[in-house]
Structure formats: C-alpha cells, structure tokens
Design a protein. Sequence first.
Length: 258
Amino acid sequence: MLAPMKGRAAREARAAKSGGAGAPPLHIQVREAIRSQVREGKLIDADGRLMPEAELVRHFGVSRITIRHAIQPLVEEGMFARERGRGTFLKSNEPENWLGRLMGFSETIRDAGFEPGARILHQGMTNAHDDAARETLHERAVWELKRVRLADSTPIAIEHAFYPPDIGLELEKQDLVSILMYRVFEEELGLNIKEASQSISATLADEATAGLLGIAPGDPLLAMERLTISTDGRPLELLRSVYLPTYFRFTINLTRRA
C-alpha cells in the first residue's frame, strides 16, 4: 500500500516544511497509535474486542471525544466493526484483509492529517497519449487531467490521469481542485468500481518535474501507475503519478503460512 507517512514520519515531514512547528491533531496521533498497537496484539482481547472507550481514555490520557474521533476512521476503512451492545471488534486478525483500501489522493492526504489541494496543469481531450495508455484504455482518444497535488499548500506529487471520453466529459463539470474522484465515480456517475492494479517504482526528477515540486533535477521520487476497472471489466482510469518520498512510503505486510 502506498500511503502518507504517519506518526513520527509525518511529524518529521511537517517539521521539514515548517521548521519544526506543528504536529498532527491529537485524534490522528491516537488513531495511529491504536492501529499500531492492535497490530502488535495489544488493546484487544482474545475475541478481537477493542478495549472499551473508558479504558482507552485512561490508556491514552485523552478525552472520550478524542477516542471516538480516532476510532471512527478505522471503522470506516474496515479495520473494525461496531456491534450494538457488544463493542467494537477487529474484523480480521490478518492485516492484509484491511490494508490496501482504494482511495484517491484527497481522501488519503486528509486521512493522514493534511489539507489536500491541487493546481491544474492541463485538462481536455487528446489523441497524443502513448501506445501503452491507448492499449490499456482501449480508446483512440482520451480525456486527460494533469495536476500538481498539494498537502497543506506544499506541492508533493504530480498526477497525470487518463479517462475514457464519456467519463472525462462528465468530470469537466466537476471542481477538479477538490474532487473526490472515486466518490464521484460511484455516487454521481453510477460507476461500480471493482478493483485497481497498482505498480510502484523509483525514478529521478527531470527538470520540469523538479520545477513543479520545488526540488533539484535528479532528486529521487516514487513513481506509481494505477489502473482502476469497473465490475464489468471496463477501464475507468489510468493514473500515473510521482511523489516526494519524504511524504510517502510503500508498506506491505507479508505472512508465512503452513
């Protein structure tokens, strides 16, 4: 999973940007502490039941509302499930079952405690896309969207996305600075997302990319390509992105089975 750095790593990234000032909100720090400790087998009993709110309040030394704000995103992403009258339960003891949630940039960045933003570089129809994109999307002409992505107004990524023409023409009607892409797909365009395949590699910044991200040419970047498809197998989005590695990391959980 490619995800924003959290906890100490996120604070270090913020410090690098702001000279050491600032830290993630308290409920985000508590949320990540819960996530980490549960992975270590702490805070839950033998049945996977999470420690009650009152005990979590004492454990972390914070208010009950902070605990609630910390737990709710973990429920929404599928790590926990609430059962009326019984408590909050870990949905699985196998991390790979609740890692890898498909999220867009804005959802991911907000989840990490930053304010997402964008600066549009280009949008519109094109037939100048490369053969790989043409073959992947099965389209001679596509609608493309290229944006610099921001976290707390700092450029940290460049996204270059390609869409089938009918989807792109609908996206033109949206606010492409603040759009939650996958929510628009599902809730406004009626597109049923099945899954996405994603590859991640290392690359070096060229002069144009370096200028947009405020780094030096040749600096290292994380490169990602993602293809999102619908339940009927139709390609919906081909996304190519580069990220500042000081803000992102690649995490994968591995298990050895008998």
